[in-house]
Structures are given as C-alpha cells and as structure tokens.
Design a protein around this ligand. Structure first.
Ligand code: GCU
Length: 618
C-alpha cells in the first residue's frame, strides 16, 4: 500500500511502536567466518531524514519490487526503465510523494556520513540509505540473508516494501533472512538513526565521537535449506578440544576436520546442535607463536558444497588463559599484559576502519614493545580480532556499558545483554581475545551491581574459556581499590589518572599499598593530555613535558606492585571528542602517545616503550 503521504502519520504519536516490535538481535546471529559473501558495499542513494519521515510516513511501504510494480519488468530491461520502475515515481492519482530515491545524493557504504560531507559532521539524526540489486537463486531451496557488520545506532531494514526488522547497537553485527521477500529486482532501504539516548548502550554522554551510518560492510549471504549457523571451538583443561556447533534446518550429521591434528570426527546433530570433546595436544597459540590450525565443518547434507553454509573452512588457535591468585597465566605461563588502549577512530574515516589501519595499529603496538590491546569502549571491527589472532596480539574486548547507564531500565539491560551476546558469538573463536569487559567506570549502586554482574554471568554462559573484567572503582576517601563488582570478575580493571585529573600523585602508591584485591589488577587506563609539540615545564598542563613526567611517575610506581598483571595506558592515538574544547584539544582528546595523524610520537611514547622493553619476563 502506497504511503498515505502525511495523511496517516501526522497524528501518529507512537510511530516507533511498529519498529520496536520486530527486533534483529543475537537470536538470529550467524557466524560469517569461512563463507562466501556477496558484497552490497558501494554507492547507495542517501538522504538526511531529520524528522525520521521515512519510518514515520512509511515511505518504504510504497516501494515494491519491480515485479509487483510493473509486470513487464520480468526481463532485465534497460537500467533506465528498471530504475524508473524501482524509483517509485509518483503514479497519477496518488498523493505527491516526498521521496525520490534515485535522485538523492550518493553515500559510500561502508562509511560514516560525518566524514563524507562537512555539513554532516555533527549530524545525529536518521540517514536513509537505499539501493537496488538483482538476485537470482543459485540452488534449489536456497535461503538468503542480508548481513550488516555495523550500523550506528538503530537500523531499520526494508526490502521491496516490507519491514524486516530493526537492530539496536552501533558496534555489533546483525542479519535478517530475506528468502521470502527477495525478488529478481529489489529495492533495499535502511534507515540508520544516530540519535544518542540516556536509555541505550552507550548512553548519551560519552567521551568519544558519535559517528553515524552504515559504517561497516553490508553483504548478501546464501545458504542451503540447512546450514551451519555458528560454532565455538576451544581448548579446555589444557588437553581437550571442545566444539559446540549450531545448525539451522534439518541435518542428520556434521563432520569436523582438523587435518594437522589428524582429527576427522562425525558428529550427530540433535535438535540443531552438535558437540565434541576430544583429547589432543595441539601446538598452543601465544603472542610468540600464534599457531593457527585449518579446520572444516561439513554438513553431511551439503555434500561438501562451498559457501552455502554447508561447509565452513577457517582457522583456529588453541590456548588457555586463566588466573591464579593475583596472576594471569597463558598456557600455564605467567604473563604481564603489556598494552595500550585504542578507540575505533580515524582522523579521515571516523569509526570506519580497514585492514591497513588495523595492521598499522599493531605495528605501532610492536614499536611500543607491547603484546596486548584494550579495544575501548565497544566492539571493534571483526577483522581486528582475526588479524590479532594471526599476529599474536592479546585483546580486551568490551561492550559500551559506559558511565551513567540507566541500570534500572529493563530495555537498557536487554540492549546490553544483546550487544554482549552478539560480540561473544562473533569473536569467541578468535584466540587473540582473552578478556570480555562488561563496562567502564560505572558508579556503584545496587542496580549497577545487578546489571553488570548479570552481564558477567551472561558472558560466562556464552564462553567458558575467557576472563571477565571491567574498569572498576577506587574508594577515593579510603584510598584503596574497592568495588563490589570485583567479586564477579576474574580481573579487576582500574582507570586512574593520578598526576592528571588528581594532581596529587602520591595517592597512587598509597592506594596500591592499601589494597588487597586478591585477584589480578590491570591498570586499564592512566595517562595525561598533551598537544603535539606543546613544550613547557612538567607543571604545565597539556605539554609533552607534563605528559612525559606523569608516565615516568606511573611506570616507576607500577614496578612496586606485585598484583598489577598488566597496563594499558589511555591511549595510543589522539581521538575526536566533542567534549574536549580548550585551545590544546580543539575537539580532540589529546591523551594519545601518538597524535591523531597516527604518525607523530610524543616523548611519553618512549617512556612507555622503555617500561615494557626493560620489563623482566614474569
Ligand atoms: C575515562 C574514560 C575514557 C576517557 C578518559 C579521559 O577514564 O574511560 O573513555 O576518554 O577517562 O578522561 O580521557
């Protein structure tokens, strides 16, 4: 039904109810590793939709696929006719429409609209993306899915005039089956609403830039009637490989093969599940030796077909991470996490990233003599953990339960738990990931304790092989590490800025001496701001001299504390941040050891490098 342009919606005060009713979430998660994907990236038509009119006035409902619109469209007409039919040109007798998909500007997918046109830098409303695409099924009973790797923040997906569902969360993947809706000629519309809100995850006040858009890949995934949905393969008890696989559709059996370990096991499938526990002795993955094994998963029904979800080919690393007392052990050997924090923020691309940028970040970590990264404060691009697993970099991954979250709001908790599940399902086969973090610097209340201990439990239920942490609290009156949440964590993360936000540096050694955490502590943030090239005395704020002095004091103090099992200073690169508005910051947080240009090192970089370089192996 064509939208009753502005007749129906101007009195509809709760137009969003329709969209809230259909959630795309972790229940539908598909692991896309090891599959053939068809990219829908490229130039989409785009319009800024400040009043959310496409969803409010249901513009999307007017755009049927070509067959429904013009019977003559069944053969591949000239693109002009196809475009005309799909562009929903106003038909005589219908009301004048306010959309004009084919006439709109184009926007690259993936990209952050903030970085594509100057007038969109601070645009925090809804963007409408649309394009057409052809689809021809390749196999009998083929199933088809649209897969989105990241849309910030709320994405609503429409295909050929049908509302398919909405996803909440800026940094985790989601997908939707289109088998029943896809035609030969299709129009897809995606509205992406970047508005911040006090009741979502993250809430509306953060210390990073709110980029918007379809900023990660969009692709089409084809499967057979039955397919492998997701899997979790890991080392348990040091000598056993455990595999848990989820299968969609009917399937009698599944085969797991790891040729280099002479493993070829047939697994029965019961109620869509298959699992295996097998004694073996793989070469263990570590930063020094990031050994990955080729493996395949084969549905018996798939007769080895490639890419349709009946056969998965990927690589996996086996390692074990655990804690004992106040120490962290990797494969039974005590380790110190020599790290640094990074945001997903690029001076040209915003939150959109690339393999080159990820590898450049790892090169800079290597120059710092580090082995570990805290991917703050939200799930980074899926390629990061895959490249880190190849390169031997340890990772802390985190959901953006950041600062003053609405901990007593059930929908907020549902949002947080869903984003955590989408992250864990996406990355739990990546050896590089050793820590799931359930949040950062949250005031201690009963509802926060319930909310975040619930997240810790959820993470463990999805993944029994990793450590759980969060950036916890210091009791600044008693000068000690004290946070009720700590009882639910394996590692206590601590953000502290002594020498910067609190100029009395002497509090730090007192706090460390007063505290008896009983489990490993990672100083997951410390540091100071400095504008590149700003010189002065060690007492002058925002000078490289003050930043360097604080790093010297911090690293000297860490050496005296046995229960510090890792450090990740804040932060590797200066990053865009609308709250940072003094003459030294100019819209950037300047705590980076490297300028936002991702090239120019500040003197404190070399203090941190020396600390890691001279550290005795634990
Ligand atoms: C906080 C917070 C960071 C923030 C940093 C800062 O600890 O976790 O997200 O950017 O401090 O103040 O620079």
């Amino acid at each position: 039904m064509a939208a009753e342009n502005y007749q129906a919606d101007i009195h509809n005060s709760d137009y969003e109810a329709e969209y809230r009713a259909k959630k795309l979430d972790a229940r539908g998660s598909i692991n896309i590793d090891g599959r053939k994907l068809e990219s829908l990236n490229g130039l989409w038509n785009f319009a800024p939709d400040l009043y959310d009119s496409c969803r409010r006035a249901r513009w999307w409902s007017a755009c049927q696929g070509a067959e429904k619109k013009a019977p003559g469209m069944n053969k591949p007409e000239s693109s002009a006719e196809t475009r005309m039919a799909l562009s929903c040109k106003p038909v005589l007798g219908s009301p004048p429409e306010d959309w004009d998909f084919e006439a709109w500007e184009t926007m690259p997918v993936p990209s952050c609209w903030n970085m594509e046109r100057p007038e969109y830098l601070y645009f925090e409303a809804t963007g409408i993306y649309t394009r057409t695409f052809h689809y021809h099924s390749q196999k009998k009973d083929e199933r088809a899915f649209l897969f989105f790797e990241g849309a910030s923040y709320t994405a609503s997906v429409f295909l050929n005039g049908e509302y398919l569902g909405s996803h909440w969360g800026a940094s985790t993947p989601f997908c939707v089956e289109i088998t029943g809706s896809v035609q030969e000629f299709n129009r897809i519309i995606v509205t992406v609403d970047a508005r911040r809100s006090p009741v979502r995850i993250p809430m509306d006040n953060t210390d990073w830039f709110n980029y918007g858009g379809l900023y990660r890949n969009v692709c089409l995934l084809r499967t057979g009637p039955s397919f492998i949905k997701d899997w979790f393969i890991r080392l348990v008890n040091g000598v056993e490989i455990r595999a848990d696989i989820s299968i969609e559709g009917d399937a009698a059996g599944l085969e797991l093969e790891i040729p280099e370990l002479n493993i070829r096991e047939k697994l029965p499938v019961l109620d869509g599940k298959a699992s295996l526990t097998l004694k073996t002795s793989p070469r263990l993955w570590s930063p020094e030796n990031p050994k990955l094994y080729d493996f395949t998963l084969n549905l018996a029904e798939s007769n080895g077909e490639d890419g349709a979800g009946g056969r998965i080919e990927d690589r996996i690393g086996f390692r074990e991470i655990c804690t004992r007392g106040e120490e962290i052990f990797l494969n039974g050997k005590k380790i110190f996490l020599k790290g640094i924090c990074v945001h997903e923020d690029h001076f040209k691309l915003g939150k959109t990233t690339s393999e080159d940028i990820i590898r450049e970040t790892i090169r800079d970590l290597r120059e710092l003599k580090g082995n570990y990264l805290r991917l703050a404060h939200y799930p980074h691009d899926r390629r990061f953990s895959r490249i880190a697993s190849e390169e031997g970099v340890l990772l802390w991954e985190e959901v953006p339960v950041y600062w003053a979250v609405a901990f007593d709001n059930p929908e907020t908790r549902e949002d947080a738990e869903n984003q955590l599940a989408e992250l864990v399902i996406r990355d739990r086969n990546q050896a590089a990931v050793i820590i799931w973090s359930v949040g950062n610097e949250n005031a201690d209340t009963d509802s926060r304790l319930t909310f975040m201990s619930g997240l810790a439990e959820k993470a463990r239920s999805l993944d029994d092989s990793r450590l759980i942490s969060a950036a916890c609290l210091i009791n600044h009156e008693k000068l000690m590490i004290q946070d009720r949440l700590g009882e639910n964590l394996d590692i206590i993360g601590i953000n502290e800025y002594y020498g910067w936000y609190d100029p009395d540096f002497e509090k730090l050694p007192k706090i460390l001496n007063n505290s008896k955490p009983g489990k490993p502590v990672v100083i997951c943030e410390f540091g100071a701001g400095a504008r590149l090239g700003q010189r002065g005395t060690v007492d002058d704020l925002f000078t490289e001299d003050r930043q360097k002095r604080i790093y010297e004091q911090q690293t000297e103090t860490f050496k005296t504390c046995a229960y510090i099992a890792g450090t990740s200073p804040w932060i590797l690169y200066d990053f865009r941040c609308p709250r940072r508005l003094n003459r030294y910051q100019e819209g950037f947080n300047r705590k980076g050891l490297i300028d936002a240009d991702r090239k120019s090192r500040k003197p404190a970089f070399y203090v941190m490098r020396e600390f890691y370089e001279k550290m005795q192996e634990p």
